[in-house]
Design a protein around this ligand. Structure first.
Ligand code: IDP
Length: 147
């Protein structure tokens, strides 16, 4: 079953949007397999955003994600990686459609509330970076046969 890494960024945590984000994924029909509220070290932030190392905003990105706790999650379900990206909306909240998380709650590209893996390869890399294998739970939900 496909899995993706989703994180409520420090602005989302501060604004009380953890529940809102979790509720959207639950109501959609995806299954939560791991979650934790955690502080992010500079080392972890730099590894997470390694693909942006050469970008002019890399320093800002690392500073921002280490500012306060984040809520890190792994969600599972059919086509969850691409569907989560649709639910998040475009990177820049001013271009994100209403009905998406960034479209409904974000204003600023730096503070855009949520991160979600953008491909199978990044989902695998990010899940392994943020979670130990033992933190990923495997359990049955009887409702899944109706989804
Ligand atoms: P994504 O989060 O939608 O996958 P990416 O292009 O991977 O977008 O960028 C990672 C994060 O970097 C974005 O979520 C955003 O917070 C930040 N970011 C992207 N472009 C800019 C920019 O031009 N200025 C400042 N921050 C940016």
């Amino acid at each position: 079953m496909e899995k993706t890494f989703i994180m409520v960024k420090p602005d989302g945590v501060q604004r009380g949007l953890i529940g809102e984000v979790v509720a959207r994924f639950e109501k959609k029909g995806f299954q939560l397999v791991a979650a934790k509220l955690m502080s992010v070290s500079s080392e972890l932030a730099e590894q997470h955003y390694a693909e942006h190392k050469e970008k002019p905003f890399f320093g800002e990105l690392v500073d921002f994600i280490t500012l306060g706790p984040v809520f890190a999650m792994v969600w599972q379900g059919p086509n969850v990686i691409a569907t989560a990206r649709q639910m998040m909306g475009k990177t820049n909240p001013s271009e994100a459609l209403p009905g998406t998380i960034r479209g409904d709650f974000g204003v600023n590209v730096g503070m855009n509330i949520i991160h979600g893996s953008d491909s199978q390869a990044s989902a695998e890399r990010e899940i392994a970076l943020w979670f130990d294998e033992a933190e990923l739970l495997s359990y049955e939900k009887t409702i899944n046969r109706w989804i």
